[in-house]
Design a protein around this ligand. Structure first.
Ligand code: FE
Length: 199
């Protein structure tokens, strides 16, 4: 049974992020990662159950290609689900997460400005996460799905800055897209992720 993509947790369109952008992003790109995750998992399961892995090699081998594709596809699914999960809100900072960010950065506005700057410096993802090692909120960047992530960190606010997230609506103006992202942020959901992560 193929895995079904999770439905969007909000109704389109968002303020400043069009129905067309969200449809392509969710129905084609995200759904594509869900299908590839299944395809790769099936091939790896066959290799794990008595397949020929004698050619395994770190320069090139079938197993290497599958293991590389696996982290790209799996993170492509999870990161997009976290991203869609925190959209659809009213953008008004609230709750213990807003309090913690104000304490850490001086104000929520200062946090938003700094995470936006981090997003301007990324080629793929910017993630506010609860770092279970440091027991602190940290912002990490990843240039692709399987680069830059830090193990042991639980995402709280995931921000997709690939051009497909905004080029139809804002062209090359990533700053305008970032402003739209914060306007649509669902702080209640972000608080739920924060609460679960800290627990
Ligand atoms: Fe994306």
């Amino acid at each position: 049974m193929p895995t079904k993509p999770k439905p969007l947790p909000f109704s389109k369109p968002l303020a400043g992020i069009s129905e067309k952008t969200i449809s392509i992003h969710h129905d084609k790109l995200y759904a594509g990662y869900v299908a590839k995750k299944d395809e790769i998992a099936g091939k790896l399961a066959a290799l794990a159950k008595g397949g020929d892995v004698s050619t395994a090699n770190p320069t090139y081998s079938e197993l290497r290609a599958l293991k590389d594709g696996e982290t790209f596809a799996v993170n492509g699914v999870y990161l997009h689900e976290w991203y869609f999960d925190v959209l659809g809100g009213d953008g008004k900072p609230t709750g213990p997460l807003a309090d913690a960010l104000a304490k850490e950065y001086g104000s929520v506005d200062a946090f938003v400005a700094f995470m936006s700057a981090c997003a301007m410096a990324s080629r793929g993802w910017t993630v506010l996460a609860w770092d279970t090692h440091d027991k602190a909120l940290r912002i990490y960047n990843g240039d692709v799905h399987n680069q830059g992530g830090v193990w042991g960190c639980l995402p709280v606010i995931v921000l997709d800055v690939y051009e497909h997230a905004y080029f139809i609506d804002q062209g090359s103006d990533r700053k305008a897209y970032l402003a739209a992202f914060w306007k649509n942020l669902d702080w209640k959901k972000a608080n739920a992720f924060y609460k679960a992560a800290v627990a």
